[in-house]
Ligand binder design. Structure first.
Ligand SMILES: CC(C)(COP(=O)(O)OP(=O)(O)OC[C@H]1O[C@@H](n2cnc3c(N)ncnc32)[C@H](O)[C@@H]1OP(=O)(O)O)[C@@H](O)C(=O)NCCC(=O)NCCS
Length: 154
């Protein structure tokens, strides 16, 4: 599926094990977290359609959204990031639109996510998607920062 903005070729596809090093690099830079490489494949197993990857013309991941289904009827956005050099091109919107579509197809009624209280860019993005703050999560992040839980109905 091509990027609808008409920007340089990019495709939206499912996660593949070979994506791990690229996804891990985006996570380290954008989310300041490092996870066991095996985590990505194991998280993708239960709901593979919930792990979306945007890849460039060489099929290298430039953004991804990892959604999981841990609570009945709900999808949770566990990780969501776009490579720093490719932001504000519509790739995040593309990923979130596809995620909403897949969540609806799967029959989920609610979406949830967590975000750092300082992450104004992401909070604005989510607010545009009608997510709203439902809880303050004190000391949620490993460095002690508070988080917001945000949610929206489908
Ligand atoms: C949040 C994030 C994933 C959004 O990804 P993105 O690819 O930049 O998202 P988009 O390009 O679709 O939208 C970003 C902005 O660019 C605008 N935009 C979209 N397409 C555009 C285009 N073709 N030209 C100009 N602007 C555009 C959008 O309207 C949006 O505006 P906003 O800032 O008012 O929300 C990205 O900022 C990111 O990776 N942040 C770091 C990681 C992070 O914080 N993740 C969330 C953790 S909970």
């Amino acid at each position: 599926m091509p990027l609808p903005t008409g920007r340089p070729a990019a495709t939206l596809r499912g996660f593949r094990p070979g994506d791990v090093p690229f996804v891990a690099t985006i996570v380290a830079e954008a989310l300041h977290e490092r996870y066991d490489p095996g985590l990505y494949s194991s998280l993708s197993e239960e709901w593979p359609e919930g792990f979306l990857v945007a890849a460039d013309s060489r099929d290298v991941p430039i953004g991804f959204l990892l959604g999981v289904n841990q609570v009945a009827g709900e999808a949770r956005v566990l990780m969501f990031a776009v490579d720093r050099t490719r932001r504000n091109e519509g790739i995040g919107t593309w990923l979130m639109d596809a995620f909403l579509e897949r969540s609806r197809l799967r029959g989920f009624r609610r979406l949830t996510l967590e975000v750092r209280v300082s992450n104004a860019t992401a909070i604005r993005f989510y607010t545009r998607y009608r997510y709203s703050v439902v809880d303050l999560l004190r000391g949620y992040y490993s460095d002690g920062e508070d988080g917001y839980q945000m949610a929206r109905d489908l």
